[in-house]
Design a protein around this ligand. Structure first.
Ligand SMILES: NC(=O)c1ccc[n+]([C@@H]2O[C@H](COP(=O)([O-])OP(=O)(O)OC[C@H]3O[C@@H](n4cnc5c(N)ncnc54)[C@H](OP(=O)(O)O)[C@@H]3O)[C@@H](O)[C@H]2O)c1
Length: 288
C-alpha cells in the first residue's frame, strides 16, 4: 500500500512516523519543502514537488493549517484536483470549517473524484506518532470499509459520523470544549495574582472538586516548557472557525468570539507555543 501525506507540520510528520513504522510506502508534500526533506532524513519516505505528484498513492491524508491552506493544496497550482488518479482516497484530517469541507467535497466530486472523506482526529502529536489517535469519519458509506481499514493503521478507534460535513462539525464542537479551559483558568490565575494568593492553595482545593484534574493538567502545561502539541495560533484559528460556523448558522457566538480574541491577542508573543501557555499573556508574572 502507498500513502501520501500533505502537510508535514506537527501532526503530518507525527503521522508519517506512525505509518512508516507500519511499513507503508510514504510520499510526502509540504509547502516548505525543506521540512519534508528533513522528515525523510529521519524516516523512510519520498518527498514530491506538488500534491498532484501523489497519483500513485492509494490513500492521501491532508494535515494542513486552515481553510485557505486546504484550498491551496487541493485547487492551487498542481493541487490534488489536477491528479489523474480519481480513485484515490482523500482523507482530510485538517480542522477546517464544515462549510469549506462541503464545498471541496462537491467540487472534487464534480471533477470525478470518488472518495473524499473528512477524517479529523482526536489526540495530538504523541498519539499520532504512536498510532493511537481517535478518528472521526464522514463521507459516502459505500466504500467506508476501505477507509476504516486504512485509518486503523493510526487509530485506536474510528467513528463514522455520517455525511460530509458532520465529522468536521463534531471535531469543532469537541475542540470548543478543550480549548476554552486555558483562557478561563488564565482569568482565575489573574485574580489569584491580583491578591497574591498562593497558587498551591488554589490547586489543593480544586483537586477536591470535579474539575481538579483538568485544572492541574492545564496549569502544568502553562508552567512547563514541554512539547508543543497544538499551537496558540492553531487555537485562534479554531475559534475563528467556531465563531464563524455559529454566525453563519444564525446562532450567537458571544463566547467563541471572546475566546477567538483571547487567543488572537496572544499570538504576537506566544503564537508558536503550546496553546495553554496563551494564559501567560494576561498575567503580570507569567507562570512559565
Ligand atoms: N496539533 C494537534 O494536536 C492537532 C490535532 C488534531 C488536528 N489538528 C489540525 O491539523 C492541522 C495541522 O495541524 P498542525 O498542528 O500539524 O499544524 P502545523 O504544525 O502548524 O502545520 C501546518 C501545516 O500546514 C501547512 N500550511 C500552512 N499554511 C499553508 C498554506 N497556505 N498552503 C499550504 N500549506 C500550508 C504548513 O506548511 P509550512 O510548513 O510550509 O508552513 C504545515 O505543513 C490543523 O488544521 C490542526 O487544527 C492538529
Amino acid at each position: 500500500m502507498k500513502a501520501g501525506i500533505i502537510g508535514t507540520g506537527l501532526m503530518g510528520s507525527a503521522l508519517a512516523k506512525c505509518l512508516s513504522s507500519k511499513g507503508i510506502d510514504l510520499l510526502v508534500y509540504n509547502r516548505t519543502r525543506s521540512k519534508a526533506e528533513k522528515l525523510c532524513e529521519d524516516i523512510k519516505c519520498k518527498v514530491v514537488d506538488s500534491p498532484k505528484d501523489m497519483s500513485v498513492a492509494d490513500y492521501i491524508v491532508i494535515f494542513v493549517f486552515d481553510d485557505e491552506a486546504l484550498d491551496n493544496v487541493v485547487f492551487g497550482d498542481n493541487g490534488l484536483a489536477y491528479m489523474d488518479n480519481k480513485e484515490v482516497y482523500i482523507l482530510n484530517s485538517s480542522t477546517v470549517s464544515p462549510r469549506i469541507s462541503a464545498v471541496i467535497n462537491k467540487k472534487l466530486s464534480s471533477l470525478g473524484f470518488k472518495h473524499y472523506y473528512e477524517a479529523p482526529v482526536y489526540g495530538s502529536v504523541d498519539e499520532a506518532s504512536s498510532c493511537s489517535l481517535v478518528s472521526m469519519l464522514a463521507g459516502s458509506s459505500k466504500n467506508l470499509d476501505d477507509v476504516v481499514e486504512f485509518a486503523k493503521n493510526y487509530s485506536v478507534e474510528t467513528i463514522y459520523v455520517g455525511e460530509i460535513p458532520k465529522a468536521m462539525a463534531l471535531k469543532l464542537s469537541l475542540n470548543n470544549i478543550g480549548l476554552s479551559l486555558p483562557p478561563i483558568i488564565a482569568e482565575s490565575l489573574a485574580i489569584l495574582e491580583s491578591y497574591n494568593v498562593d497558587l498551591e492553595k488554589f490547586l489543593h482545593i480544586s483537586e477536591k472538586l470535579w474539575f481538579g484534574r483538568l485544572v492541574k493538567r492545564y496549569i502544568e502545561r502553562i508552567r512547563n516548557t514541554g512539547k508543543i502539541r497544538f499551537t496558540v495560533k492553531g487555537a485562534a484559528k479554531d475559534y475563528r472557525l467556531i465563531s464563524t460556523t455559529l454566525s453563519i448558522n444564525e446562532y450567537p457566538s458571544i463566547l467563541s468570539s471572546a475566546l477567538k480574541n483571547f487567543y488572537t491577542s496572544a499570538i504576537s508573543k506566544y503564537g508558536g507555543v503550546d496553546y495553554p501557555k496563551a494564559a501567560n499573556w494576561i498575567l503580570k508574572k507569567p507562570l512559565g
